[in-house]
Design a protein around this ligand. Structure first.
Ligand code: 6R9
Length: 655
């Protein structure tokens, strides 16, 4: 993939932003952390494990004797819910707000740590009444409401691994996940509010439970959120307000082994059945707590943290449920979409709660860019002091907009690279230490070992590209794929001997900083050159008329693959503008070189995305190659594909 370097003028940014002096002077973590971790990585993590309250403190740190099946802190025992809730109450923080909940329709409520302790205890008692025992799997299919976090913590409290399924997934997707994990109970709601309207969830559960392989589900526990009518199966379905509310507020948590399973989270992968990524207890909680403390510089007494992710994405698990609560933080939980009832909704929430740390995804930032600078300008965002990004490479254009219009040209941006599989952040700047570069995740965090290698597993020199690999085990790593150890070995550990293959293309710049270039499966081969989708997308978005772009390689008889781009235009630009497509093609050629010039550019209104805002390039490839669409069950909005296909004939531009 050496062509990456010759194509990368765009990503070769000279701009660097040093941390604000005051933040640097008071930062939780300084440059010394890198030295300590480098001197003795395992002692560093053993030290971080002390952030948690262990019933039995671990004496071992890592057992790698059966690599790549890791055990971290194996002889330690702890309870995750105790760590996220009870211990804060015992430490006198019962009155601190844990969650400020903001409903889409404007309803709100705040739960203190003492409230959370009562609610989680009641929910745990209810699950016991429903027969849930340690080790039983519980599926959670919920909107973004406090009961979702309460349900997850109640499962954790009982040592019953949860499998949270994104509320936007179809009944089929839910059924597959219930089957694979052999879930015994499903926790759901009648519905949630989406774009100002109640959006039902219970019917999908009812449908999923008619499918073979779901027979072991004994009960469905239903939260009443919207009040809409629901079908009811007597004996199986129970209301949360009947079952949970009458329980005792006392529940004594039991300590489990550090390697006890905490959750399974399904990730779709490119083909075949979804992979159930298994995370366990002690190592996971150690790394989410440490990274939340270090990367956001969290001061739990004064900060208000807001992660906008859905709880059905790993980001919601690690940085809504577990990391912030383990650290005793105060956080915002928002039910709805950023543009309901108006496009300034997020900024209104930042202003209302005085949010100091905001963690979101590039796709959302690009949407806000498209809506216009004047919208955030109407709100007081002066409380914000650290901004985070996750989910995709953030193109420099969006990074600069985020910094200027949301961060008042001062708040450091932490671009955090990690995966469902890694459990917690792996590469990221540190806000009080790193001079940040727009578009780069830059360096492995203290205690993490990552590099970029070529096809033969040799580390590439600075200035060259290849594959991102993790070279040492880390505490929050996945332990296996649920029920499929072989697939775990094949997917992550067989490409490069002894190294974890992340599946992402990456390059190192002249300073050794790492830039992510998108999934390796998405790299295009054009006339013998490897071209990264990320770079072409970044070039397109750097044009003033383009808000968002998705690029795929479509089979082409002359060039192996031809670059096809789907673009969402900004504000006033129109798909009918004479010469627009030629202008964009010329712009990419000028930014990256003629080889990267898209053959076709199609203006579209929306792009197909997953729960985390990742573009589903596979579907766009199907469109570009005139094939029938494959599985669309993990799309957040499947009507998007109809819109794109309908536009195809007139909107395309051939050479
Ligand atoms: C947390 C999460 C993982 C994939 C990952 C990569 C992409 C995530 C990124 C990023 C560039 C970042 N990704 N963060 N690429 N810069 N800061 O997203 O988990 O949904 O499993 O996706 O997302 O391609 O391999 P998950």
């Amino acid at each position: 993939m050496s062509e990456h370097s010759s194509l990368s003028n765009l990503l070769k940014e000279e701009r660097r932003f040093t941390p604000p002096a005051e933040l640097a002077a008071n930062a939780n973590v300084t440059a010394a952390a890198y030295e300590q971790a480098a001197a003795d990585r395992l002692s560093f993590w053993a030290e971080q494990a002390k952030r948690l309250s262990w019933e039995t403190a671990p004496t071992q740190t890592l057992d790698w004797s059966n690599a790549p099946f890791a055990k971290w802190f194996a002889d330690g025992k702890l309870n995750v819910a105790y760590n996220c809730v009870d211990r804060h109450v015992e430490n006198g923080l019962g009155d601190r707000v844990a969650i400020h909940f903001e409903g889409e329709t404007g309803d709100s409520r705040s739960l203190t740590y003492a409230d959370l302790q009562r609610e989680v205890s009641k929910a745990a008692n209810a699950l016991i009444e429903l027969g849930v025992r340690t080790g039983d799997r519980v599926a959670v299919y919920m909107p973004m409401i406090p009961e979702t976090v309460i349900a997850m913590l109640a499962c954790a409290r009982l040592g019953a691994p949860h499998s949270v399924v994104f509320g936007g997934f179809s009944a089929d997707a839910l059924a597959t996940r219930i089957q694979d994990a052999d879930a015994r109970v499903v926790i759901t709601a009648d519905g949630g509010y989406r774009r100002g309207k109640p959006s039902a969830l219970k019917p999908a559960v009812d449908e999923a439970l008619t499918k073979p392989g779901t027979e072991n589900v004994r009960n469905v526990l239903v939260v009443r959120r919207t009040g809409q009518d629901v079908a009811w199966t007597e004996g199986r379905d129970v209301w949360w307000h009947d079952t949970v509310e009458r329980q005792s507020e006392q529940h004594t948590p039991e300590a489990f082994d550090a390697e006890h399973p905490l959750f399974i989270l399904y990730t779709s992968g490119t083909t075949g059945k979804p992979k159930g990524i298994l995370h366990t207890t002690g190592g996971y909680l150690t790394q989410v707590a440490y990274t939340h403390h270090a990367v956001f510089d969290l001061k739990p007494e004064t900060d208000v943290f807001w992660c906008t992710a859905d709880v059905g994405w790993v980001t919601g698990h690690s940085y809504i449920a577990y990391g912030p609560l383990a650290n005793g933080a105060t956080e915002v939980l928002y039910e709805g979409t950023p543009d309901t009832p108006h496009q300034g909704r997020w900024w209104e929430i930042v202003q209302k709660y005085g949010v100091t740390i905001l963690y979101t995804a590039p796709t959302a930032i690009r949407a806000c860019m498209k809506w216009g600078d004047d919208i955030p300008a109407k709100f007081d965002l002066s409380s914000l002091r650290v901004l985070g990004s996750v989910g995709e490479p953030i193109n420099p254009e969006a990074w600069m907009w985020y910094r200027k219009h949301i961060g008042a040209d001062a708040a450091p941006i932490v671009d955090t690279w990690w995966q469902t599989e890694t459990g917690a952040m792996m590469l990221s700047p540190l806000p009080g230490v790193t001079a940040t570069k727009p578009g780069s995740a830059q360096v492995p965090l203290p205690g993490i070992a990552a590099t970029v290698v070529d096809d033969d597993a040799h580390e590439v020199p600075d200035g060259a590209g290849g594959y991102l690999v993790l070279t040492e085990p880390w505490p929050s790593m996945l332990r296996t794929i649920w029920g499929d150890d072989q697939r775990y070995l094949d997917t992550y550990w067989s490409r490069f001997e002894g190294k974890y293959f992340a599946g992402d293309g990456a390059k190192k710049d002249e300073d050794g900083d790492i830039w992510l270039l998108g999934r390796v499966d998405d790299v295009m081969l054009v006339s013998g050159h490897n071209i990264s989708t990320t770079e072409v997308e970044s070039a397109l978005v750097s044009h003033p008329k383009v808000a968002e772009a998705a690029v795929v390689g479509a089979t082409d008889p002359q060039t192996t693959q031809a670059i096809c781009a789907f673009v969402i235009l900004r504000g006033t630009a129109s798909a009918d503008d004479e010469g627009l497509v030629d202008e964009l093609r010329a712009h990419v050629a000028q930014q990256l070189g003629p080889i990267a010039k898209p053959k076709r550019i199609m203006p579209v209104a929306e792009l197909p995305k997953t729960r985390s805002g990742k573009i589903m390039r596979r579907l766009l490839r199907d469109v570009a190659e005139n094939r029938d669409l494959g599985d669309v069950s993990t799309l957040t909005d499947s009507s998007v594909m109809d819109l794109i296909q309908a536009k195809l004939p007139g909107a395309s531009s051939e050479d």
